[in-house]
Design a protein around this ligand. Structure first.
Ligand code: NAP
Length: 248
């Protein structure tokens, strides 16, 4: 049977690149989006045109009922899940901590932290041998910001990714005996739309000279790392945070 994979935020950026690569690797791909139905439909069309299988579902990762509906829809279409890429993430306009209010912090943390926890939990309930599942892999998409801190830009976002790293390490230990591996990737400066959300679409170009490899990365370069972590080639890798950041 074709293995099935769920990628949150799979309509654009790193999630979309991962969806395309996963389909090429033989996964049936369920992908979620929050607003941009057109972008998600475009990814599905591209995968189907290449002979693959994909399904796009609107679901806000910060809402329990949306998450349950998302996982059920993907399993109803493609059968039991083999993996989750916990990729959906957001940030807000660049600001100092002394300018942030509770509403902003709730928005960032709800998507990046609560969303990652809800999706990880929904995946464990389906993958874990403890729940009658056949095992699988969860890859959490964190950020090098968790280490660098994003001072003067978005410390709230960076801190949310610190929480994602702790989720990866803790959950990996929690479910290691249940045939589930849990890993993280920490992308560096990657060319996607997310920088425009922060109010600086040219951010990667501004900072590229500070990257040891001398450039920003592509969504495909991150997707390749995710696909490796999902694969049996990474069978002894769990609780690991893999930096994909050109050395920065
Ligand atoms: P992006 O191009 O802005 O795409 C973000 C995706 O997440 C979109 O598909 C969006 O849905 C979805 N999304 C956002 N909030 C959501 C929510 N509450 N519920 C469901 N879906 C939601 O960003 P990206 O750069 O590919 O980022 C993907 C991941 O990589 C994020 O976790 C980000 O923090 C991380 N990352 C990115 C970089 C970078 O430099 N690009 C670096 C480090 C880490 P819609 O399409 O419907 O809006």
């Amino acid at each position: 049977m074709t293995p099935s994979l769920l990628i949150t935020g799979g309509g654009r950026g790193i999630g979309a690149a991962t969806a395309r690569l996963a389909a090429q690797a033989g996964y049936a791909v369920g992908l979620s989006y929050r607003h941009d139905a057109q972008a998600a439909a475009e990814v599905v069309r591209g995968i189907e045109a290449a002979g693959g299988r994909a399904l796009a579902v609107r679901a806000d990762v910060g809402v329990d009922s949306d998450v349950e509906r998302l996982f059920d829809a993907v399993q109803a279409e493609f059968g039991p899940l083999r993996g989750l890429v916990n990729n959906a993430g957001t940030l807000e306009r660049q600001a100092r901590v002394d300018e942030m209010d509770a509403a902003r912090l709730h928005r960032v943390l709800t998507t990046n932290v609560i969303g990652a926890f809800l999706c990880a939990g929904a995946a464990v309930r389906r993958l874990s041998t403890r729940h009658g599942g056949a095992g699988g892999v969860i890859v959490n998409v964190s950020s090098r910001a968790a280490v660098l801190g994003s001072g003067g830009e978005y410390v709230d976002y960076a801190a949310s990714k610190g929480a994602v790293d702790t989720l990866t390490v803790g959950l990996a230990r929690e479910v290691a005996q249940e045939s589930i591996r849990v890993c993280g990737v920490r992308p560096g400066l990657i060319e996607t739309d997310i920088h425009a959300l922060g109010g600086e679409p040219g951010r990667v170009a501004r900072l590229a000279s500070g990257v040891p490899l001398g450039r920003g990365g592509t969504a495909e370069e991150v997707a390749r790392a995710i696909l490796w972590l999902l694969s049996d080639n990474a069978s002894y890798v769990t609780g690991t945070l893999l930096d994909v950041s050109g050395g920065r």
